[in-house]
Design a protein around this ligand. Structure first.
Ligand code: ATR
Length: 278
């Protein structure tokens, strides 16, 4: 079975290492390729997925939204979020899924012991990643969600979209203010990523209540400056590697019908990151 990832650029991807490890664990004759695809080649790249030898693909930046009209069927969650990160080829028909959102929830549950039902949650950022995360938290029963984003208009429009779709109260602001009310704070901004923004914190944690879960979806470095600050304050912390691995595991299951053994994809992703691939 041939699978791969569609995006541009792809130099940083650890997905091949994760999926090859899962294929190997099951003894499946599978490959996972880097399909680096500029925008003007996207339609042809997606069309090529109908080949019977192809199981499907992951989709990443910048194509998660552009790919929607090129597919035959859209899973309802992917449709509601408006973004696809996984495509499955079934007899030449292409179905789009979003495994980022359930992957994030699984990471909160498994690595953080956190269930959103009834919780007040703060989400920092309002970009592509925030879209799936705010939607996932709302559909998982969060009591209310606040989005804090530098550009208020983007936060506002995401808040209205999710509140309309789910009925969960979502509001937006530029600065989060007092954090004492939140059971969980999630960073979806690029602050803390390896590179120029690595030392920047997405928000101060002075006012966070004891036990507030601090979740960062940045996975490189594996411990961001913000996560280190949370740990210094004794707050529970979840890093971004879990979401990366769980979205990959859910995609693998959609392609093969088999759930990868726990730990196999984690170890492969951590090793690939340690080797400085991203
Ligand atoms: P992704 O798909 O990873 O979410 P994105 O759509 O480019 O990437 O979104 C990046 C997020 O990080 C946005 O919320 C962005 O804020 P703006 O909407 O105001 O652009 C946020 N972000 C990036 N750099 C930032 C900075 N220096 N300070 C605050 N927020 C920042």
């Amino acid at each position: 079975m041939r699978c791969g990832i569609i995006g541009y650029p792809l130099g940083h991807s650890v997905s091949p290492a994760m999926h090859v490890a899962a294929f190997t664990a099951f003894g499946i004759d599978g490959s996972y390729e880097l399909w680096e695809t500029p925008a003007d080649a996207l339609a042809a790249r997606v069309e090529a997925l109908r080949d019977p030898a192809v199981g499907g693909a992951n989709v990443t930046i910048p194509h998660k939204q552009a790919v929607l009209p090129l597919l035959d069927v859209l899973d309802p969650l992917a449709g509601a979020i408006g973004a696809v990160n996984t495509i499955v080829n079934r007899d030449g028909r292409l179905t789009g899924y979003n495994t980022d959102a359930p992957g994030f929830l699984r990471s909160l549950a498994e690595e953080g012991g956190f269930e959103p039902r009834g919780a007040r949650v703060l989400v920092l950022g309002a970009g592509g990643a925030a879209r799936g995360i705010v939607h996932a938290l709302a559909t998982a029963g969060a009591e209310c969600i606040t989005i804090a984003n530098r550009t208020l208009a983007k936060g506002d429009s995401l808040a209205v979209a999710v509140e309309t779709a789910t009925g969960v109260p979502v509001d937006a602001c530029c600065e989060p203010g007092d954090l004492g009310d939140y059971a969980c704070i999630v960073n979806t901004t690029s602050l803390g990523m390896l590179g120029a923004q690595q030392a920047q914190l997405p928000c101060a944690l002075d006012s966070a209540a004891t036990g507030t879960l601090v979740a960062d979806i940045v996975y490189n470095p594996s411990q961001t400056a913000w996560m280190a600050e949370a740990e210094r304050r004794g707050l529970p912390v979840v890093g971004g590697l879990g979401m990366l691995v769980h979205q990959g595991a859910l995609a693998f299951e959609l392609w093969t019908g088999q759930a990868p053994p726990p730990g196999v994809m984690f170890a492969a992703a951590a090793e690939a990151l340690g080797q400085g691939k991203p």
